[in-house]
Design a protein around this ligand. Structure first.
Ligand code: GLU
Length: 309
């Protein structure tokens, strides 16, 4: 039996965790529908968690929630907001610090970029510049710039299992846990929340597959098992790049302005996932749920005409 269909613990959960940086586009809605479907067809609770620690656009969270409801999704318990748990995330970092597993980092973005693109650097990975500063050096640097807090990673890579991608090994670097403005970083918050909210099934876009190894490693350090991962292929725009605003009407509201209903959107989302028969509602998606038959290729969005033309 695949991990997805094995019997979950009775309080196990799946989730959708949007960053409220703008309206959800068809790719985000499709991921949400998939996450909801996987949770609902495996007896899990489904949680909606707004990841509002950064990149927040005023009003976007409320609009995200309304759009998810409009396409027929439901969730267990109230909508959750990460910004309400900042002290809790920082406490978990203090525990790691007490165990000697963090260090302060004073690097600017530019310094990190220069060091990471040096020969033998892992592309995009932090090269560990501040790992070995002496206490004296740190004291001096603190007067120049507030530090970020990084994980002192004990491995350089880690392996996870993904329902779609199979075994996947990816880089683990000294990731930022607390940004230098004092805000907990995404990788920390997502791991702490998934672990503590009973999330054992993570369904999200496959742009985040490369982050899964470092997140699973961090979960292990915090004493939690890694969740099952299901990274679904993204929706691409007609040009082959990831779907974006420039591709035309791509949000529920924009499509509604063209005369399309939420049911039309569900029909598109379901068929682009690979649901075999045309369906109109999220409930019908569950009736036709057969992810073994879904395409592993990204879906391509073609601009929609105005309804009725
Ligand atoms: N909040 C993240 C995003 O919208 C997703 C996090 C996750 O699913 O792990 O990109």
């Amino acid at each position: 039996m695949s991990p997805t269909h094995s019997r979950p613990a009775h309080d196990a959960a799946g989730r959708f965790a949007p960053s409220p940086s703008g309206d959800l586009h068809l790719g985000n809605l499709r991921t949400a529908l998939a996450a909801w479907g996987f949770a609902r067809t495996t007896g899990r609770r489904f949680l909606l968690r707004v990841e509002d620690l950064d990149r927040v656009k005023p009003g976007a969270a409320e609009r995200n929630v309304a759009d998810l409801r409009a396409i027929g999704l439901d969730w267990d318990g109230p909508v959750d907001h990460q910004s309400r748990r900042i002290p809790h995330f920082l406490e978990r970092v203090q525990e790691l610090t007490a165990a000697g597993l963090t260090y302060e980092c004073f690097c600017t973005r530019r310094e990190i970029h220069a060091a990471a693109s040096a020969p033998h650097g892992i592309p995009g990975a932090y090269p560990g510049t501040c790992r070995h500063l002496t206490e004296e050096q740190r004291a001096r640097r603190r007067t120049e710039r507030p530090p970020a807090v990084r994980l002192r990673a004990g491995v350089r890579e880690f392996t996870v299992r993904d329902h779609f991608a199979g075994e996947f090994t990816g880089a683990v670097d000294d990731m930022v846990l607390v940004r230098n403005d004092g805000t907990p970083a995404y990788n920390l918050a997502v791991v702490v929340d998934d672990a503590e909210q009973g999330v054992d099934q993570v369904v999200r876009g496959d742009d985040l597959l490369p982050s899964a190894p470092r997140q699973a490693y961090l979960a292990q350090l915090l004493g939690h098992p890694a969740p099952s991962y299901l990274h679904v292929p993204l929706v691409l725009g007609p040009g082959g790049d990831r779907l974006a605003k420039r591709d035309g009407a791509v949000t529920l509201r924009e499509l509604q302005d063209l005369g399309h209903s939420p049911e039309d959107v569900v029909t598109w989302l379901a068929s682009s996932l690979g649901v075999a028969h045309p369906v109109r509602t999220a409930a019908e998606v569950l009736e036709r749920w057969d992810p073994g038959t879904w395409s592993r290729e990204p879906a391509v969005f073609e601009p929609w005409d105005a309804a009725g033309d």
